[in-house]
Design a protein around this ligand. Sequence first.
Ligand code: HPA
Length: 276
Amino acid sequence: MTPQEKLRKCYECFKNKIDFVPEVALILGSGLGALADEIDIRAVLDYKDIDGFPQSTVLGHKGRFVFGYMDGVPVVIMQGRVHYYEGYPMQDVVLPTRLMKLMGAKVLFLTNASGSCNPEFTAGDFMLITDQIMNFVPSPLIGANFEELGTRFPDMHEIYDKDLREIVIKTAKDLDIALKQGVYIQLTGPNFETPAEVRMCRMLGGDAVGMSTACEAVAANHAGMKIVGISCVCNLGCGLTDNPLTHDEVMEASNKAAPLFKKLIRGSVVNIHNAL
Ligand code: HPA
């Protein structure tokens, strides 16, 4: 089966089970999954019930789409994302993103947990993603072009939509939530970086480093979605502190930040909806 056929099959499967048109698609990072339980849920679709859908294997990630209204806005939420380090080809990693586009979503709201490479950032900071570097993982657009989704050589000069960024900045201000801005770098993971790699990320212009998001943004941009992304900086990058890093520490930090993060996301979604 070609990747295009696989996507089509997943879409048919969704269409047969769910009658809901989302406006905003959200992908929730580690520790944020509970946001999906706070919306007015209308339908749920487990990844395991979608033929050909990649299954998430990460601890702390559920594996399902949740459909419903977030403060009145029709959304689809990916509770648990698919990561490249799980061993899936990049085309599979972004299949859910493309699927949410086919479901009707116009906006992709990306969230993640990251480590800092900007020495001015601290654990618990929220960073609005202004731009990204993803050259350390293969482009999800490699292979036959999905003509029905977008062009062979898509422009990426404003991958994170400027108007949506302004909305998030204003929302954070109104809610009195501190918001940094910066460039996100995606590395493959699953190992955390070495101190030399964090220094490299910094030299390349990165502010936060993680193992997701940028590939999804490329696929969504190709498919004509508007994209907004916020990273929760859960820890200082390796080498910026002497402590060894653990997934538990990342989860603890993201759980701690979650209430405020959820508030910022909900407020932003409503304001984005009102501006569409
Ligand atoms: N590096 C990469 N990914 C991460 C980190 C990190 O320090 N923290 C949370 N996700």
